[in-house]
Design a protein around this ligand. Structure first.
Ligand code: TEU
Ligand code: CA
Length: 560
């Protein structure tokens, strides 16, 4: 197994808009992050991944970039950025930027040029097709609803946008475009950034014949089988690697691979031709979706989850590398989604954390996860800001669907669930801003906030600190093979991690009940050593085989 710093790191994802506002305009900013470096450092993470901070009209909160080499004025200046980078480096924390290469904003000068005429030198930076207004080139739909084609009056052609209308897709077939992108990436690497999270990176190659999508495919958008992780995308990523990252071998690339299978991840991260280092995958997170359909909800069982985790762990071992995450700026809060955000809030949040930190893969923490932030109890559509949520609501309204049901689904799935401001203390607006926050603060901040958890020795924050240390101290949890045990148990999730001559046992009670633990006989756990547990009684009473609700513990097994 090749050891790499980015495999042994813990990533902390910062959504700058909601992290900390330093100037009272209601929007988090770079000086706000700088002010909170001591907090990030205290948690003990190694890498900060910052969501996009580039100049943007913010149709999709920065994923619509209008200048790749300028900082959005909401967030600060290039000088603020350099200060942030230097100050993180002083603390030995690396900085990874979120780079969007599948599309730009329609306000990017390239697109402004491109749309002027069919023979404009920038025309081929984007994907244009002829057609009559109202009759798009194919049936593809956007991830944010409706047709993926927008008719442009001036030249009477359609352009492709997999995301919002204000986010035209770049044409990666064009070598001139690719050159510009490579130069821009090299420029950022020269500034000293430690790598990139590459947004929607599996989408760069689209079938040039643009066939209709099949309605049987499920998934997020019609047509995605013609551009998600297609074989030819590897050619682009290999060239990208050669032209950019091969020259900076100490940096890291984390590729967002939507809708990927373990084989996809291996093909991007593990092939002999270098592409990306680490894959951000979603298959496990999507267990509560109907056939990966975003706006859907389904019940799932623990056995199903075990099976998925087992497949991923077994398949990638020594062949590929991925993140382990339950949260991000796109996903609802994990304690509300996979745990219990009421009665067993602490227990279930800490159990989920133990789970992530004891799997092979790099653990990602999304801001606020370390204090157990929950989905906000929004009730009206006016409280939401996310374009994906608002488009979904509007479309449902147009179609005359039951809006109460729609709101229920939105409360469950909306991306704004994770985007509410970070809860710093019990003051006004949870201490996030002295102004009007851009998105409402979750009213549970009086109970859940950084300040109170820093003071409380047995808080979730301190548990995360401990877990981060545990993972560093026991490399078997990073590199060890994964062996599932008790496959049929419907409440307990248990597995072994073996590496060199060390064997670890992870036991998770994935239920709100007291549960009897019957381990297989071959496990010699009477002489084992407790590594970590989310219940303090366990420290004294090691071998009690009653598990408490959402109890999680890790043992180092002693061989005799
Ligand atoms: O996400 C890609 C993506 O396909 C989904 O996460 C998508 O946001 C989800 O299905 C909701 O429709 C990335 C970013 O993480 C996301 O925030 C951006 O909106 C998207 O790309 C466009 O850049
Ligand atoms: Ca601000």
């Amino acid at each position: 197994m090749n050891r790499f710093w980015w495999k042994e790191s813990v990533v902390y994802q910062i959504y700058p808009k909601s992290f900390y506002d330093s100037n009272g305009d209601g929007i988090g900013d770079l000086q706000g992050i700088i002010a909170q470096i001591p907090y990030i450092d205290k948690l003990g993470v190694d890498i900060v991944w910052l969501n996009p901070i580039f100049q943007s009209p913010n149709d999709d909160n920065g994923y619509d970039i209008s200048d790749y080499q300028a900082i959005d004025s909401d967030y600060g200046t290039m000088a603020d950025f350099t200060e942030l980078l230097d100050k993180l480096h002083e603390k030995n924390i690396r900085l990874v930027l979120d780079m969007v290469l599948n599309h730009t904003s329609d306000e990017h000068p390239w697109f402004q040029q491109a749309r002027r005429s069919v023979d404009n030198p920038y025309r081929d930076f984007y994907i244009w097709k002829s057609g009559k207004e109202g009759n798009p080139p194919n049936n593809w739909t956007s991830f944010f609803g409706k047709s993926a084609w927008k008719y442009d009056e001036l030249t009477q052609q359609f352009y492709l946008h997999i995301f919002s209308q204000k986010m035209p897709d770049l044409n990666w077939e064009n070598p001139r475009l690719r050159e510009k992108i490579y130069a821009m990436l090299r420029w950022w690497l020269e500034q000293g950034v430690d790598g990139f999270r590459l947004d929607s990176i599996g989408f760069l190659w689209k079938d040039p014949s643009f066939p209709d999508g099949s309605t049987e495919c499920g998934g997020h958008a019609l047509g995605e089988e013609h551009y998600v992780n297609q074989p030819k995308v590897h050619t682009y990523l290999q060239e990208l690697h050669e032209e950019v990252f091969a020259r900076y071998p100490d940096r890291v690339t984390m590729g967002e691979l939507f809708m990927s299978t373990p084989q996809d991840v291996i093909s991007f991260t593990g092939s002999t031709k270098k592409e990306i280092d680490l894959a951000i995958y979603f298959d496990i997170l999507h267990i509560d979706m109907e056939n990966h359909v975003w706006w859907s909800q389904r019940n799932w069982s623990l056995k199903e989850l075990k099976k998925k985790v087992n497949t991923w762990q077994q398949s990638l071992h020594e062949l590929g590398w991925c993140c382990q995450h339950f949260n991000s700026h796109d996903q609802p809060r994990s304690v509300s989604r996979f745990g219990d955000d009421k009665k067993y809030w602490y227990e279930s949040a800490s159990m989920l954390a133990v789970f992530l930190f004891t799997l092979e893969g790099t653990p990602f923490i999304f801001q606020g996860e370390e204090i157990g932030m929950t989905n906000p109890p929004f009730s009206a559509i006016e409280q939401y800001r996310d374009i994906n949520t608002l488009n979904f609501y509007l479309e449902a309204k147009e179609k005359g669907r039951d809006l109460n049901q729609i709101m229920e689904l939105i409360r469950f799935r909306s991306r704004d669930n994770s985007r509410t401001p970070l809860q710093w203390n019990h003051n006004l607006n949870a201490g996030f801003t002295s102004g009007q926050p851009w998105l409402e603060v979750n009213p549970d901040y009086l109970k859940i906030n950084v300040d109170s958890q820093l003071k409380q020795k047995n808080s979730l924050f301190h548990f995360y600190r401990q877990l981060i240390l545990v993972r560093k101290k026991h490399p078997a949890l990073i590199y060890g093979s994964y062996v599932m045990i008790m496959e049929e148990d419907e409440e307990i999730f248990a597995y072994l991690r073996n590496w060199e001559n060390k064997k670890y046992l992870v036991i998770l009670n994935y239920s709100p009940y007291n549960t009897e633990l019957k381990l297989p006989d071959f496990l010699n756990w009477e002489t084992s050593e407790l590594v970590i547990s989310n219940y303090s009684f366990r420290q004294k009473d090691l071998f009690n085989n009653q598990l408490q609700p959402y109890e999680a513990c890790v043992y180092l097994l002693k061989e005799n």
